[in-house]
Design a protein around this ligand. Structure first.
Ligand code: DQA
Length: 144
């Protein structure tokens, strides 16, 4: 049986639904988790969906994924644009990594247009709202 896909959500993504809905949409993170479970079921993949506001905790999860997961989907939130620590952790694993963002970061402020996570990711999906997660799961399936 394939190991679960680890889906990591970074800071402030626990506020989805209430947080700038005109940018991030109205769905809550819990609803996105359920969407991922449903798509996973279709594809024959299990998902391990997590959120943290703490950079070090995300680094720990990436390190642990080496043994426990088949691939990583990561929305690093603002850490995408700042965290060399998360990049270093991602560079040290060999399973597929897909970066996602709800918004199209390339249409936004210049400080959001650079992502450290992209340097370690197999690919990036952004700008499709919660559908970015569905597309990322389908990409993970193809890479496995
Ligand atoms: C985000 C984009 C980031 O710039 C922002 O800090 C987030 C969400 C997105 O999903 O569009 O927290 O990662």
């Amino acid at each position: 049986m394939t190991k679960p896909v680890l889906i990591i959500n970074g800071p402030n993504l626990n506020q989805l639904g209430a947080r700038e809905p005109e940018i991030y949409g109205e769905q809550t993170l819990d609803e996105i988790d359920k969407l991922c479970q449903k798509i996973g079921l279709e594809l024959g993949l299990t998902t391990d969906f997590r959120q943290s506001n703490n950079e070090g905790e995300i680094v720990d999860w990436v390190q642990e994924s080496i043994l426990q997961h088949s691939s990583i989907i990561i929305n690093g939130g603002a850490y995408s644009h700042t965290s060399i620590a998360i990049l270093d952790a991602l560079r040290n694993i060999t399973i597929p990594i897909i970066e996602v963002h709800l918004s199209n970061i390339y249409q936004r402020e210049s400080y959001r247009q650079v992502s450290y996570i992209s340097k370690a990711a197999n690919g990036v999906i952004c700008g499709f709202g919660s559908d970015s997660y569905e597309l990322a799961l389908r990409a993970a399936y193809k890479l496995l």
